[in-house]
Design a protein around this ligand. Structure first.
Ligand code: 6GU
Length: 227
């Protein structure tokens, strides 16, 4: 899979996508992640990528020209399955969407910044808009990193234990059960007896119960919408 990320602040994405599991996936060539600096595509002599909003109002608006230029260059090189724009006023990103995107060959993620992007970008260039939750970030860059991370860890071979992505919270609309490691007794804080029993069936049953109880208590909404 290939992911092209277009951003005004490349540094905000390079670090989160340059370490640990995602970095190893890149080194193993399981994914290609290319980060493009929008400023390199500025068309005027001031190298600006934003401007004042028509009609007045606070904040700057990301201009259509540089975005058109970089997306045009990329789509001229290969076909893209989705061209995504990160913005809080859009559909909520979920595990289901991550699963779907992880099956694609090539995607572009345009990360929003400033007061927003010229609406013509959204109308004519973007195929999908995603928000990562009901709160406002100072920019869409971190949202782009979150979405990329959630996709890449699902790609075959990225996680060492093939089943571990399948047992994540949300994959079956249940929160994950608690986990423990040594020591079995730390200052009197004991690990549940069943986990030390070696009885695989009982352990599985306990984990499922824990998942259910935690979901009912913390996220009952997940039990309702079986999407
Ligand atoms: Cl995608 N962008 C911004 N700026 N804030 C957000 C978001 C995106 N998703 C949740 N909050």
């Amino acid at each position: 899979m290939r992911i092209d990320i277009i951003t005004a602040i490349p540094k905000l994405l390079e670090s989160p996508l340059g370490h640990s599991i995602i970095q190893r996936a890149r080194e193993k060539r399981l994914v290609e992640i290319h980060i493009h600096n929008l400023r390199d595509y500025a068309t005027n002599r001031y190298k600006s990528i934003d401007d004042y909003p028509f009609g007045g109002g606070a904040g700057m608006v990301m201009s259509v020209e540089p975005i058109f230029k970089v997306i045009g260059k990329l789509t001229g090189e290969r076909k893209y399955d989705e061209i995504i724009y990160t913005t809080p006023d859009s559909e909520r990103f979920t595990q289901k969407i991550a699963n779907n995107l992880s099956l694609m060959m090539n995607i572009i993620i345009l990360t929003g910044h400033y007061k927003g992007v010229d609406q013509r970008v959204r109308d004519h260039l973007i195929t999908m808009e995603l928000s990562i939750g009901d709160y406002v970030l100072s920019g869409g860059e971190l949202a782009g990193a979150v979405i990329t991370d959630a996709i890449v860890r699902l790609l075959p071979g990225v996680l060492s234990d093939e089943t571990s992505a399948l047992t994540d919270s949300f994959q079956d609309n249940l929160l994950a059960p608690p986990v423990y490691t040594r020591p079995a007794n730390f200052k009197g804080w004991k690990v549940p007896e069943v986990l030390l029993s070696g009885h695989a069936e009982k352990i599985e049953k306990w984990r499922l119960e824990q998942s259910w109880d935690r979901t009912k208590k913390i996220r009952p909404d997940l039990l309702k919408d079986e999407e």
